[in-house]
Design a protein around this ligand. Structure first.
Ligand code: URP
Ligand code: ZN
Ligand code: ZN
Ligand code: ZN
Length: 476
């Protein structure tokens, strides 16, 4: 066979194995692993490097409509470019339903924004903000059939939160259709109460974002979400878990036999609430929900990654500019923590952070890294085995990592649309240098070689964990 591309001399890692072998690619898929591969149109020498499945980041926000006067810093072009440089070949952004509007309308808008503007493959989760009879009865089931097989619901944010009754109704659609529900667990009424107390005292600096969203607020909501999922009898994903007490709710539910998938993110390993105390208004750069906690919570999240409490490690990339009229510094012209848009950039550093602080420091091994960042992501969201692994027949989505490269994180080196990185100055060892998407070299030794026309939209099959078994052949 004459291959389109052969990756030679590398060390391949999957979620289960690490081994030395060459990799042969033809027509966008992996066609041979190991053995002779003499004839190739193109070759990459990966000696001294790791050859891993391209990262799949199942939790990113791109071009999502924000509050009035606030603009998300990334469109699909900058968001997926940043993802690519961070070793990713696929991202799953959220498509937000605006209240009173059909989901289809929002999807049409997102597809139009993404079309021809992606350096990675993309697929969409739905955010259900208005579970009307029409949405629950017709629209959502039809969308699941069309390959939008996961939706997120919120317990917080005044304009997004659903009541417990609405969450149950939405979970019931998932039960009947085999979709997967993701829940943002924070108790909005408790947050409102604490905001009232803070404002009465005149406490309005960024740090108040953390003190109005304490662990109890997340723990209670996590408990409620797993209980509602138990009542509705559906599996669920608890996204962006920040601390041990929420982890314990997940573990307790699992001991009752529930399928609960846990996700954590780089901010909960690298940041603490003290970062919200920055000079002037700098603390706004670290405002995200749930907020970063303390070093004990960081240790807990590492423990959860090691022990399997977490199946997913995603970025929750949700970038806003800092020094910008539409950003974090002067939200609504008023310096009150309540107006700071929630979310921080992270899609480019998710993998380098976990590689450096996890793999290089011996906390997790390479197969666990691959599982958390690619394989489990594909399994959970209906993309496996087409994506998320290195196997004959899988898409040739590959990231080649140089474990000997140490770099200090600088915003100037990032490729997203934000004007800062929360990880400025971090020294990380191990970086992706070459990325292949569907057999095409998108990034070669750190130089962009692909175009924004190379990524494509991918319809998804059912989650492996969904109540309705996946259809044969689904997942492409
Ligand atoms: O602060 C965050 N995490 N913003 C993004 C939206 C969300 O809740 O995931
Ligand atoms: Zn959320
Ligand atoms: Zn998010
Ligand atoms: Zn920038």
């Amino acid at each position: 066979m004459r291959f389109d591309l052969v990756i030679r001399n590398g060390t391949i890692a999957t979620a289960s194995d690490v081994f030395a072998a060459d990799l042969g690619i033809k027509n966008g898929v992996i066609v041979q692993i190991g053995g002779a591969m003499d004839e190739a149109a193109e070759s990459i020498d990966a000696a001294g490097k790791y050859v891993l499945p391209g990262g799949i980041d199942s939790h990113v926000h791109i071009a999502q409509p924000s509050g009035e006067g606030i603009v998300m810093a990334d469109d699909f072009e900058s968001g997926t470019r940043s993802a690519l440089f961070g070793g990713n070949t696929m991202v799953l952004p959220f498509c937000l339903q605006e209240k009173g509007r059909p989901l289809r309308e929002a999807l049409k808008a997102y597809h139009a924004l993404a079309e021809g503007n992606c350096y990675t493959d993309v697929s969409f989760h739905l955010i259900v903000s208005d579970p009307s009879e029409a949405v629950l009865g017709q629209e959502l089931p039809a969308l699941v059939e069309d390959g939008y097989t996961s939706f997120k619901v919120f317990m917080t944010y005044e304009d997004l939160r659903l009541s417990d009754a609405q969450i149950l109704d939405t979970m019931d659609v998932a039960r009947r259709t085999g979709a997967l529900v993701m829940v943002h667990c924070e108790n909005e009424d408790a947050i409102r109460y604490l905001i009232g107390r803070h404002e009465a005292e005149g406490t309005v600096a960024p740090r108040a974002h953390a003190t109005t969203r304490p662990i109890a607020v997340e723990r209670e909501a996590t408990h409620r979400a797993v209980s509602l999922a138990e009542v509705a009898d559906v599996p669920l994903v608890i996204v962006h878990v920040s601390n041990r007490e929420a982890m314990e709710e997940i573990e307790r539910a699992r001991r009752r036999g529930r399928k609960v998938i846990g996700e954590t993110c780089p901010q909960y390993l690298m940041l603490t609430a003290d970062d919200l105390d920055g000079m002037d208004w700098e603390g706004a750069k670290f405002v995200c929900s749930p907020p970063p906690r303390d070093t004990a919570s960081q240790d807990a999240c590492w423990d959860g990654l090691e022990r399997g409490v977490f199946d997913l490690f995603s970025s929750d990339h949700c970038p806003f500019r800092y020094d910008d009229p539409a950003g974090k510094l002067n939200p609504k012209g008023s310096r009150n923590f309540r107006h700071i848009p929630n979310g921080i950039p992270g899609v480019e550093l998710r993998l380098p952070i976990l590689f450096s602080e996890g793999v290089m420091k011996g906390r997790i091994d390479l197969p666990r890294f691959v599982a958390l960042t690619a394989t489990n992501q594909a399994r959970t969201y209906g993309l496996y085995p087409q994506k998320g692994t290195i196997a004959v027949g899988a898409d040739a989505d590959i990231a080649i990592w140089d474990p000997s490269l140490t770099r200090t994180v600088r915003h100037a080196d990032m490729h997203d649309g934000a004007d800062y990185t929360p990880y400025e100055g971090a020294e990380l060892t191990g970086w992706p240098t070459t990325v292949v998407l569907g057999g095409k070299i998108m990034l070669r030794d750190g130089t962009l070689t692909g175009t924004k026309a190379d990524g494509s939209y991918r319809s998804r099959g059912r989650s492996q964990f969904a109540t309705v078994p996946p259809k044969v052949g689904a997942g492409t």
